[in-house]
Design a protein around this ligand. Structure first.
Ligand SMILES: Nc1ncnc2c1ncn2[C@@H]1O[C@H](COP(=O)(O)OP(=O)(O)OP(=O)(O)O)[C@@H](O)[C@H]1O
Ligand SMILES: [Mg+2]
Length: 495
């Protein structure tokens, strides 16, 4: 191998190794390989997870775009042969080689090219194929070209493998992070109400500290939204935000969920499990519906707040945790204390900074603000052109008592956008009276109940698919034609 080529080889290898992204490494390998042997085109194919197919992951030259659509079964085509046998192949004229994969060749109208296809191997295992191409069979790859490409391919395969691994870890990491993190910040809280503005101001201040926060408010008033905003504006923002709903989990499971357990702590505890308190280390734990925390766990939780330590079930050692606690409830804790359902000492520990979110009916100026906000979101999502509310609809929104608060308003608007076929939301689209009837305990006929259920169910599914009936039918696992029949029957306008 002459000096000049040797030097070039080392230079390109250094470049390949300096790239970190998977796609960048692939492109760099391909252009470097082509440059080393002055080839006009090339491709990299990698064996997929099933181990049965080769996928074009990078390509240069005239057919580069089309070729990327192809998957080659292992053993098929020149690359397939190389991948299966782990040996280099030099083809003087692709059109004359029986291995050439007709399906791709015909589409690309490739003709009379010369090609070298080299296996990409990691620790002796073939992971893919590097192809370089001269666009005319008049130019051939020399023995020396092939030798240098083989040296290059060995190193390149390692770089590709490493980049692929990084990419996977990165992806897993990102998924994990998004599952543990809070979506909302203070700017997502829509309000013009002075009380809410005051809460936001206090929230911003307390976010900077480690103080425990107690958020009080009726169901659907935005307690979790506020908790997330506080976390996101705190120095812990890059740490986890973990929420646990104390009312949604049975007592025995709740203990394990909160504090975790050691292997063998009880029958069936096959391994160690970390609890949410421990997992929230360095971040924020959101203790939702804290009034539902059973007495036995209140004691344990008090210890977390007082000493910042916890014990896993069946664990001998106390574990230190650095966690910020935000608790929320829609119950009156003073009443719970009087009824002996909530410990007074825990209450004082939680009630360091109380934030009371007023119900929607006590902040009527926010109704149009929030209604417009949700209208914008859902019209965009469902790609409809709706520009506001009719006078009667506005009045209804304003006069309604909103027992379900902002969540109810949000659902009402979502529903109205599904039902609306004009450019304004009308009174009839809101059907709030119906919601009221649904939420009270008045028994209606079985037929009527079925009718309402079906209607709500289908509207919800349409809302979720942005009005797309085919997609909705799929979710509901019914035929598209049956769905459109139901829409007529239940008087739901098809958009
Ligand atoms: N001020 C606001 N601006 C915009 N969206 C809001 C506002 N308040 C609440 N929301 C939205 O209303 C819905 C309900 O809010 P959230 O889940 O935070 O309420 P909650 O008090 O935790 O309810 P629950 O007691 O039922 O758990 C969410 O979709 C939230 O994003
Ligand atoms: Mg909540």
């Amino acid at each position: 191998m002459d000096q000049e080529k040797f030097k070039k080889l080392f230079e390109t290898l250094a470049l390949v190794n300096s790239e970190t992204g998977f796609a960048e490494v692939l492109d760099r390998v391909l252009t470097s390989a082509s440059e080393i042997v002055s080839a006009e085109a090339g491709a990299i194919l990698l064996i997929d997870d099933s181990g049965k197919n080769l996928k074009f992951v990078s390509a240069t030259g005239p057919g580069a775009k089309e070729v990327k659509k192809y998957t080659l079964p292992l053993g098929k085509g020149i690359a397939g042969w190389v991948a299966k046998n782990g040996e280099t192949v030099v083809v003087p004229d692709t059109s004359k080689d029986p291995r050439f994969y007709k399906k791709i060749a015909d589409e690309l109208e490739e003709q009379h090219e010369s090609m070298a296809a080299i296996p990409l191997k990691v620790k002796g295992r073939t992971v893919g194929v590097l192809e370089v191409i001269h666009s005319s069979a008049e130019i051939q790859f020399s023995r020396e070209d092939v030798e240098i490409l083989e040296v290059f391919a060995n190193q390149a395969a390692l770089a590709i493998d490493k980049a692929r691994l990084y990419e996977r870890i990165f992806e897993q990491n990102r998924n994990l992070k998004s599952a543990l993190s809070a979506r909302y910040s203070f700017k997502d809280i829509q309000s013009q109400d002075p009380v809410v503005e005051q809460i936001i101001e206090t929230g911003r201040m307390v976010a900077k500290t480690n103080s425990t926060v107690l958020i009080l408010g009726e169901s659907g008033t935005g307690k979790e939204l506020l908790a997330q905003a506080i976390h996101n504006e705190s120095p812990r923002a890059s740490g986890p935000f973990l929420a646990i709903n104390c009312g949604a989990i049975p007592e025995t499971l709740l203990e394990a969920e909160l504090f975790g357990y050691e292997k063998g702590a009880f029958t069936g505890a096959a391994g160690r499990k970390l609890g949410k308190v421990e997992l929230a280390d360095g971040g924020t734990l959101f203790l939702d519906e804290v009034a539902e925390l059973p007495m036995s766990l209140q004691v344990k939780f008090l210890r977390v707040l007082q000493e910042r330590v916890l014990e896993r079930l069946g664990g001998a050692e106390p574990i230190e945790v650095n966690v910020r606690v935000i608790a929320a409830t829609n119950k009156r804790l003073d009443e719970e204390i009087r009824e002996k359902r909530f410990r007074e000492d825990l209450y004082y520990r939680l009630n360091v900074v109380p934030l009371q979110i007023p119900p929607l009916r006590a902040r009527k100026t926010d109704i149009p603000v929030l209604a417009d906000f949700f209208l914008k979101i859902y019209t965009r999502q469902m790609q409809k052109k709706i520009h506001g509310f009719s006078e009667r609809a506005s009045k209804l929104l304003q006069d309604y008592s909103w027992p379900g608060n902002i969540r109810e308003l949000q659902n009402a608007i979502e529903r109205a956008v599904v039902l609306c076929t004009t450019d304004k939301i009308e009174f009839k689209h809101l059907s709030l009276t119906q919601m009221k009837e649904l939420s009270d305990d008045r028994i209606v006929s079985f037929k009527e109940a079925q009718h309402r259920f079906k209607r709500d169910y289908i509207i919800k599914s349409l809302a979720q698919t942005g009005g797309n009936q085919t997609a909705a039918a799929k979710i509901l696992e019914i035929q598209r034609t049956y769905l459109s029949r139901l829409l007529k029957e239940l008087n739901i306008p098809a958009s």
